[in-house]
Design a protein around this ligand. Structure first.
Ligand SMILES: C[C@H](O)[C@H](O)[C@@H](O)C(=O)CO
Ligand SMILES: [Mn+2]
Length: 427
């Protein structure tokens, strides 16, 4: 039997196996097709961007590794992204940070405009990709002392408010051009390394600055404002102004999208358990699917228990239309295109696994108090033929099945990435 006849047979057996649990595989694949993951641009170049403002990555962000082939220009980044998208089944979005504009000279953050992102918008339009956006409150001389929107200096706060306003205009133009809302996510690094004497004033200033950023009402069909909390960063170990409680309250009171980054909580705290709670109080969530490892919040996403739980919670709650799934990791120690492919494919595999769960059966057991049955079926799920369905989905989507994508990345490395000058990422 040929390889494709084998995989067809495996798929047919998988359909039977899932049907015996009351699960319709074709219906699950139909739903999966509509799931667009927002792929983050910053994995491709170690969060460097194209500003050339002489400021190294900081504000608690660090990229380790010096794997050759980092994208150095917007064109290189776009070429790498096209390669990555070709390895991922389905149609996905691109999440751009403001420091990735094409500036052609010095343009400070408070002066950026739609024109600096026209190249990205044209590229996105011709590739059928929708864009999301983020103001960049780091890697800038005015962020070097650890504070931006909550800075004690009113002039610096004003500068960063103007950056936020400029980014909302850019995001709205993207949303208008693409015909669906651009999610514009605000994350600020503000915080103290050591115990503060005043936890209150910076939070009051941050709330006031955010209100100024969001003062202009923009049609939600163009732009969705999101806000992202963090527990701690390198250099803000003792206090982060934008904590979870801060942004939870802010998002609820100001009708904003709440962003939950999987690496931004206590090491044993999981965002999968926050989805059903937060969605009682906010209309929509943005997820930054990431993987924390000790001090780092941004390892490449693997097919972990938590990744599976996140997607189960979204699917079980029927939240696929209320949760925007974005990625957030950066690893300079491995091939960067492979990092995108691994992380995004894993996120999709976890969505598929969740769509193939016999949820009705599990709920029935639970309602009947049959916790033995619930645990037994949850564990049996782990041995179901997910891989055969995934391979089939890749094949019908024109993406490589199994590990075939790796060969394509190796070829791309030889043909393209290896010709780029080597560099050393920040450590
Ligand atoms: C580039 C950053 O990772 C990103 O903007 C932010 O979402 C974050 O998670 C900071 O820790
Ligand atoms: Mn994040």
């Amino acid at each position: 039997m040929t390889h494709s006849a084998n995989s067809q047979k495996a798929y047919e057996l998988a359909i039977e196996k899932y049907a015996s649990m009351g699960v319709d595989v074709e219906q699950a694949l139909q739903r999966l097709k509509s799931v667009a993951i927002s792929v983050h641009c910053w994995q491709g170049d170690d969060v460097a961007g194209f500003e050339d403002n002489g400021t190294a990555l900081g504000s608690g962000l660090a990229v380790t590794g010096n794997y050759p082939g980092r994208a150095r220009t917007a064109d290189e980044l776009r070429t790498d992204l096209e390669m990555a998208y070709s390895l991922i089944p389905g149609k996905h979005r691109l999440n751009l940070h403001a420091l990735y504009g094409e500036f052609h000279g010095p343009v400070d953050r408070n002066e950026i405009g739609v024109e600096h992102f026209q190249g990205w918008m044209d590229w996105a339009g011709s590739n059928g990709i929708s864009l999301d956006f983020n103001p960049s409150y780091f890697s800038h001389p005015k962020a070097n002392d650890g504070f931006t929107l909550s800075h004690p200096d009113a002039g610096i706060r004003r500068f960063w408010v103007d950056h936020g306003i400029a980014c909302r205009k850019i995001g709205a133009a993207m949303g208008k051009a693409q015909g669906n809302a651009c999610v514009n996510n605000v994350w600020v690094p503000d915080g103290y390394k050591d115990t503060p004497a005043d936890r209150k004033a910076p939070r009051e200033r941050l709330a006031a600055s955010l209100d100024a950023v969001f003062a202009e009402s923009i049609d939600k069909s163009y732009l969705l404002d999101a806000v992202e909390c963090k527990l701690f960063g390198i250099g803000s170990e003792s206090y982060v102004v934008g904590s979870h409680e801060f942004y939870m309250g802010y998002a609820i009171s100001r009708d904003k999208v709440l962003c939950l980054d999987a690496g931004h909580f206590h090491p044993t705290e999981v965002i999968s358990d926050k989805i059903t709670s937060t969605l009682l109080y906010v209309d929509e969530l943005l997820l930054h699917v990431s993987r924390g490892v000790r001090w780092d919040s941004d390892h490449v996403v693997t097919f972990s228990d938590e990744l599976q739980s996140i997607m189960q919670e979204i699917v079980r709650g029927d939240y696929l239309d209320r949760v925007h799934i974005g990625l957030d990791f950066f690893d300079a120690s491995i091939n960067r295109v492979a990092a995108w492919a691994i992380g995004t494919r894993n996120a999709l595999k976890a969505v598929l696994a969740a769509l193939l769960e016999p949820t009705e059966m599990l709920r029935r057991y639970e309602a009947d108090g049959d916790y033995t049955g619930r645990l037994a079926i949850l564990e049996e799920q782990k041995m179901m033929p997910l891989g055969a369905v995934w391979d089939h989905y890749c094949e019908i989507s024109g993406a490589p099945a199994g590990s075939q994508w790796l060969e394509k990345v190796r070829d791309y490395e030889t043909d393209v990435l290896s010709h780029r000058a080597s560099h050393t990422a920040s450590v």
